[in-house]
Design a protein around this ligand. Sequence first.
Ligand code: UD1
Length: 386
Amino acid sequence: MKVFLVAGARPNFMKIAPLVEALRARAQAFPELETMLVHTGQHYDSRMSDEFFRDLDMPEPDIHLGAGSGTHAEQTARVMVAFEKICLEQKPAMVVVVGDVNSTLACALAAKKLEIPVAHVEAGLRSHDMRMPEEINRRCTDIISDLLFTTERLADRNLLREGCSRRRIHFVGNTMIDSLHRHLERALAQPLPASLDAGAYGLLTLHRPSNVDDPATLRGLLQAINQVAERIPIVFPAHPRTAQRLAGIPLQDGLLVSEPLGYLAFLGLMARARMVLTDSGGIQEETTVLGVPCITLRENTERPITCSMGTNVLAGTDPRQILEAALRVLDSPLPKNRIPEKWDGRAAERIADHLMIWLKRRSTDRRSQARVNRRRPGEAIAQPNR
Ligand code: UD1
């Protein structure tokens, strides 16, 4: 019984790593189980992929699809074609996808059309903004998934409202936070760059097409950040998409642009930052658990629990509002954070338990089906003793 665990892009790796470990640990008790890690190749630069595998102690992928970049349709289609081929060859009993990137939807769709059951980890999150490619990916993946593993109770309610049966939904917690718990100590052991003091710098990430593809929007955002960088240094590990667009934009000396960072280096920087500015989804969750103030440079979030319980503030994309929000954070004491329910480092264990129950049931069903098929026509079915 093969289970494919699929990852394709940077934010997938920390979500899938704890699942690889939890499922492989169960193989002894269930020898039929074979877990295979599939990398779609959506992210391929060493700093966007290989470094994460090393930092997260992940085994090499069993299968690499090498899909690469392209338009949304090209990328999604390339992953689908390659993934369908390996599904036909390997015949997995289950495909597990995580998050909301193009690889998530592509693999879910290819598998489902081959009648292979699909489990979606991080199901039910909704920004209610259909201009976001991730929102389209999330909704389409959820509709076709057999098992929906959620990170917060609001996600369950979103799914129920959309007509998913309760039977498919399991509130398990957050596997990205499993990775954080597991690796935080090692991340904190990484030395800070000489020019930075713990608690006295900011950290910036920007990669969302709506923020970086239009030169005027990106320039406006960076003007606001430049002003914040006059107060404290801000480290800016730039995503390749963003790095390509920085030329010609004036940057303050205090804004320290770097290459993308690996998992441990980034987590170590984030955990000791005075504040994080980001348009990422996952970073809103990580800062919530770390108790680091987060200013989200977006108009909406699919992770509202990070605002209601955590340290996250939605500042939008208006440069004046971003500057105001950042200065307010710098002039206030650190906010109190609460840890959302089940973000306790054990989400992957819960998912693995659900998957095992599901797979064992399927294995038993298959055996009884095989027995029925082997019976000759007209042969009586043995009746239990009365
Ligand atoms: C993708 C996800 C986004 C996630 C982000 C994290 C989708 C729709 N988007 O966006 O949800 O937050 O990953 O990074 O799936 N590139 C490289 N090297 C790489 C990867 C990308 O140079 O290893 C460059 C290419 O020019 C590429 C561009 O970055 O065209 C964008 O990459 P892509 O995977 O299409 O989307 P992301 O913006 O990374």
